[in-house]
Design a binder for this molecule. Structure first.
Ligand code: S3P
Length: 165
């Protein structure tokens, strides 16, 4: 079983992955963490300072290729992974199931309001245009769309677990 979580920054991918890890007894592959390891950086600002968004996407792609044939994992992607078809294609492999954590723009902005760690969520205008650009991409790749607004992490994780059997 390979569960791939996609969705905008702040949609809850990391928290849901942690819950699923306990529910399904599967390890997590956290793409953002692996990007930091591979680029020898401490946070996303350093990744962007080192090589811009290009370095992020290039590193995400090499991780996706490296883990293409790995099974029995929960993959927590970065919000922008869907902008490169090859990343998602590699992550999905033959039997990956892609779950889109669908949060409304209002919920996202509320969660990202005081966030200083996400270089691509600097201004409201930028966040809004990214949200509009990516929404169709998430829907395009999703095997399941999971609405997450005003629902607990527990509830969301159970819905995913039920749909991954
Ligand atoms: C990004 C999302 C972040 C991280 C980076 C870029 C994006 O991941 O990969 O800051 O392009 O949306 P999260 O979705 O885990 O915040």
């Amino acid at each position: 079983m390979k569960i791939i979580l996609i969705g905008f920054m702040g949609s809850g991918k990391s928290s849901v992955a942690k819950k699923l890890k306990h529910l399904l007894k599967l390890p997590i592959l956290d793409m953002d963490e692996l990007v930091l390891q591979k680029t020898n950086t401490n946070n996303m600002h350093e990744v962007f300072a080192k090589g811009g968004e290009g370095l992020l996407r290039k590193t995400e792609l090499s991780i996706a290729k490296e883990y293409a044939s790995v099974h029995h994992h929960i993959v927590s992607t970065g919000g922008g992974a869907v902008m490169d078809h090859e990343i998602l294609q590699n992550l999905k492999g033959k039997d990956g199931i892609i779950f889109f954590l669908n949060a409304s723009y209002e919920v996202i902005t509320d969660r990202l309001r005081d966030d200083a760690m996400r270089p691509l969520a600097k201004s409201k205008l930028e966040t809004k245009s990214l949200y509009l650009l990516r929404e169709p991409e998430y829907l395009k790749y999703a095997d399941h769309v999971i609405d997450v607004d005003h629902r607990s992490i527990d509830e969301i994780a159970h819905e995913i677990a039920d749909n991954s059997k």
